[in-house]
Design a protein around this ligand. Structure first.
Ligand code: SF4
Length: 506
């Protein structure tokens, strides 16, 4: 085995050994691989939402083992590599035919295989479990490096598969039907096509780890296929206000051309710079002028279609990987809370809300309250297509309530495209989400200081409550925070509408 001799030989060996996750990280960015091994403290801390994604992935992985029952788990953890390798070797020598999490090493690459199944004639089938809803290109490289290691370790692999969730599966209650919950895709062909290149990639990435920190420019790789946890470190050279990366949909080519010019702020982009879209060029003009732009006529036309009173509607949802309530699917977004501000033409506001108090399916009760709170007349304003899609799904899943839900749909008006088409505030850098637009146009209202300040956190915490992971006291406190957060979303929409009416001269 290629252990290089250095003063700290063993530690160096451990540091330079690749794993399938390090291999994957290195394919995304050499610098990310190097930093993860040599400067891990520079990584952003794992957030509550990211931890939730990890935990869900683990649950999905354990459930997928039921597809191949009676297997034996190699239970040693990530810090017990040598024991895991020894246990795996012993189990195979003893004739085990289904293994969960077996460990193998070859060419100084360590992999833990999700599921390995003996298929006779000295051959094994490999299964990599993913908690997503489809096979992605990065899953193929992941499976390919595992196959490379297994074959090198003397385990002949017949076929390679990706196991992922089937998002069309509707859970009927009781035990999950794992045959329908999961889809098994045979990716042997795709893996074989890239297999010849794997040894060279392994050698390249091992050389990266053994060398100095690679010089890599930030770019699309910082987000794809995974958000990089060193972004704050690598992007530290960008200004806090108006960084060029804030321009919506800035191409990598344009970003690197700006860096070649020494330009990191939107304010400094030269007028003659040709690689921006017309929309991006408009943002640059707005930022440089420092003045908001408003298309008053277009705005007036769009707002003249509103029928008063206007109800501002916002949902909070959960979308667990594994369905929590019968009649729902993997990753289906289920509304558990809404806020409605009724906005009268004289500017006065009334507030209504619903937050499902129990741990059961919130949909039926929520819709009953929603129909009542939205009344039967007036426009219903929402921000982005999210609420419209949820209402269509509720009508599909609750046929008895489809009529009132379709009546709600007929009254919906999306405020986001109105803001996007007819206004541009320099503080937003062209972003149109309400989290960017609100502080720009209504700086006295802010999400800062709220215990819950984004929809993902709201969702994760509500799910923890539903799953019994919070005490009654913690749950009561959480619900108070959730009400505060959701209420601010619709209050923000009401304030934005007031501001837009003013700008339109109404
Ligand atoms: S932030 Fe970008 S450049 Fe930096 S390590 Fe991550 S992917 Fe590489």
């Amino acid at each position: 085995m290629g252990v290089r001799v250095r003063p700290c030989g063993y530690a160096f060996h451990m540091k330079t050994r690749l794993s399938k996750s390090r291999f994957q990280r290195g394919l995304q960015c050499e610098r990310a691989l190097w930093l993860s091994v040599h400067e891990p403290a520079l990584a952003a801390p794992v957030t509550e939402s990211t931890q939730w994604v990890f935990d869900q992935g683990h649950e999905v992985g354990v459930l997928a083992q039921r597809l191949f029952p009676c297997g034996i788990e190699v239970a040693e953890g990530p810090r017990e590599t040598e024991q895991a390798l020894a246990t795996t070797a012993r189990l195979i020598a003893d004739g085990a035919t289904v293994l969960y999490e077996p460990a193998f090493t070859h060419d100084d690459v360590l992999v833990r295989v999700d599921i390995l199944v003996w298929v006779g004639d000295g051959m094994w089938d490999l299964y990599e479990v993913k908690s997503g809803g489809r096979v992605k290109p990065e899953n193929i490289t992941d499976a390919a490096v595992q196959r490379y290691v297994l074959i090198g370790a003397g385990i002949p692999v017949r076929r390679t598969h990706i196991v992922h969730l089937d998002t069309s599966y509707v859970w009927e209650g009781g035990d999950y039907d794992v045959e329908r919950l999961f889809t098994i895709e045979d990716v042997t062909g795709a893996v074989m096509r890239i297999a010849p290149g794997i040894p060279a990639e392994v050698a390249r990435l091992r050389a990266v780890l053994a060398g100095a920190e690679p010089e890599v420019r930030p770019g699309d790789r910082c987000r794809k296929p995974y958000g990089c946890d060193f972004a704050e470190h690598c992007h530290g050279f960008l200004p806090q206000r108006h960084p060029v990366t804030a321009l919506p949909r800035l191409s990598e080519r344009a970003f690197h051309a700006l860096l070649d010019l020494g330009v990191t702020s939107i304010r400094d982009i030269p007028e003659e710079f040709e690689l921006l879209t017309p929309a991006q060029a408009g943002v640059v003009r707005a930022v440089k002028s420092g003045e908001p732009w408003v298309d008053a006529d277009g705005l007036a036309r769009a707002l003249s279609r509103l029928e008063w009173p206007v109800r501002h509607l916002d949902f909070e949802t959960v979308n667990p990987a594994l369905p929590l309530w019968p009649g729902t699917r993997p990753y289906q977004a289920i509304p558990f809370q809404y806020s409605v501000h009724t906005h009268h033409e004289d500017g006065s506001l009334e507030h209504r809300e619903y937050l499902h108090p129990g741990t059961g399916d919130p949909r039926r009760t929520l819709v009953a309250h929603l129909v009542e709170d939205l009344g039967s007349a007036g426009s219903i304003m929402h921000y982005s297509s999210f609420e419209r899609t949820r209402i269509a799904e509720l009508a599909r899943d609750l046929p008895g309530l489809a009529g009132p839900l379709e009546a709600i749909t007929d009254r919906l008006v999306d405020l986001e495209p109105i803001v996007r088409r007819h206004t541009l505030h320099p503080h937003t850098n062209g972003r149109t989400s309400i989290k960017h637009v609100l502080p720009a146009w209504c700086p006295d209202l802010s999400y800062e200081g709220l215990e819950i300040g984004d929809g993902t956190t709201a969702s994760v915490r509500y799910l923890r409550g539903v799953r019994g992971e919070l005490t009654p006291g913690e749950r009561a406190e959480l619900h108070a925070h959730l009400r505060e957060y959701c209420k601010l979303d619709t209050l923000a929409m009401a304030r934005l509408l007031d501001m837009l009416l003013q700008q339109a001269g109404e």
